[in-house]
Design a protein. Structure first.
Length: 392
């Protein structure tokens, strides 16, 4: 196996997802050296379908950093009819003060645009970096090692490592397990998650005693469909005909059908690892925490961590001020727990209001009363902003 002489840089970013690429762009624009290493090919990363919305905070953040073009392909939820269906009756979305900046922008489109922006600005992005490993994270000069597809092993020495490699990456695994506290909450149900070639117009969620359902746009002519199902269900229990008939039953009317291109079961859970740093390694996004898709705040949290970390690195490099790096984990975790609280509340509310087989008829009536109160109050606008600003 060939071993090359090393590279050096200020920050090695592990993972070219939403967090890693956004961080790379922020650092590049601030004149701070960085190298992104990503284990998959560019084609794979740019096709990976997941979330579909950048919320108001995220859009404003990209604007402030001069990167608004990365969400240019998105469409405003205000431009598409949407609502919440309760027992088949549709309640249109109100958008409160009308100030939402959220856009429906499929995650793979955001990732493609961030990749283009990074490369056009001269960024160093290394796809198909295999067997990435982190060394000496407790020292002043950590290294990141990986293997090229041709077998060449490469080592990059750096000042800081940004672990942006998602829930199953290597960064968090490089921290001794006894140095991390793992918090997790399992919900009692899962979702059947479907990508289909059909427009989600109107988009929205259905609350019904058969369980929750949802349909959201994923670019022109495509949508992600969700159906609450018992934890432990498998995709083969959900043939295509059952998906269309359940959607129709829960929305209270036939829904347009199309080719189903992906179908999987997504267990709903909340997870947090604390602290979000160790030595010179900092965890960002899904590598440190995940929220259930009902809350649709995974991208929000990844972008929040990224901005906090970018500002901390800039302060350290430009002014020698390490205080923001020192407080990075506490500052992010405070935000994360706030959004975990929101995620548990909205997930319980939307599920309890429908299928009584989990929490019973009393909780159903409580959840319905809460939805009604939100709908009748000025807070409704806030709820709708949250729902459409982060949703799925
Ligand atoms: C099916 C699904 C649906 C979702 N729906 C929503 C939604 O509707 N709304 C929402 O806000 N969020 C949603 N999420 C969550 C959202 O996609 C994540 O929160 C978001 O992608 C987090 O970004 P990230 O950059 O932290 O991680 P990721 O996007 O996971 O990026 C991590 C990157 O690291 C790379 N990587 C992994 N391991 C290594 C390694 N060893 N070496 C190098 N690179 C590595 C990966 O290939 C990937 O490119 C969904 C997630 C899933 C799985």
């Amino acid at each position: 196996m060939v071993e090359t002489a090393g590279n050096t840089t200020t920050v090695v970013i592990v993972g070219a997802g939403v967090a890693g690429l956004t961080l790379g762009n922020f650092l590049l624009r601030s004149g701070i050296g960085c190298i992104v290493v990503e284990k998959h090919s560019r084609a794979y990363v740019e096709k990976r379908q997941r979330a579909g919305t950048v919320d108001s905070r995220g859009v404003r953040m990209f604007r402030e950093w001069g990167l608004e073009e990365v969400v240019k392909d998105g469409s405003s939820p205000k431009e598409i009819a949407g609502g919440i269906w309760i027992d088949g009756a549709m309640y249109p979305l109100g958008f409160g003060d009308g100030n939402t900046d959220a856009v429906f922008c499929p995650q793979q489109v955001l990732v493609r645009n961030l990749t283009d922006a990074f490369l056009e600005a001269g960024g160093d992005l290394r796809f198909e970096a295999l067997d990435v490993s982190l060394k000496d994270i407790d020292s002043e000069r950590p290294t990141v090692r990986y293997r090229d597809p041709d077998g060449t092993t490469r080592t990059v020495a750096c000042d800081f490592v940004a672990g942006c490699d998602g829930f199953h990456g290597v960064s968090r695994a490089s921290i001794p397990a006894d140095a991390l506290t793992h918090y997790s909450h399992e919900y009692k149900y899962s979702w059947v998650s479907v990508m289909a070639e059909v427009p989600a117009d109107p988009f929205g969620m259905a609350i019904h005693d058969r369980g929750l359902a949802a349909r959201f746009p994923r670019g022109a002519g495509a949508s992600r469909l969700y159906l609450q199902c018992p934890a432990g269900d498998t995709p083969d229990q959900w043939p295509d005909e059952r998906i269309w008939s359940e959607l129709g039953a829960r929305f209270g009317a036939d829904v347009p059908t199309g080719r189903i291109v992906d179908k999987r079961i997504v267990p709903l859970r909340s997870v947090v690892f604390s602290p979000m740093s160790r030595g010179r390694l900092y965890l960002l996004g899904d590598s440190a925490h995940i929220v259930p898709p009902m809350s649709a705040k995974g991208i929000h949290l990844a972008l929040y961590d990224t901005e906090m970390f970018a500002r901390a690195i800039i302060a350290k490099v430009e002014e020698g001020d390490g205080s923001l790096l020192d407080s990075y984990s506490d500052a992010c975790l405070s935000h994360v727990w706030n959004y975990q609280a929101y995620a548990v509340w909205i997930t319980d509310l939307m599920h309890d209001a429908g299928d009584v087989s989990y929490e019973g008829a009393f909780r159903k009536e409580i959840a319905r009363a809460e939805l009604q109160r939100l709908n009748d109050s000025p807070a409704a606008g806030r709820l709708y902003d949250e729902l459409t600003g982060g949703l799925l």
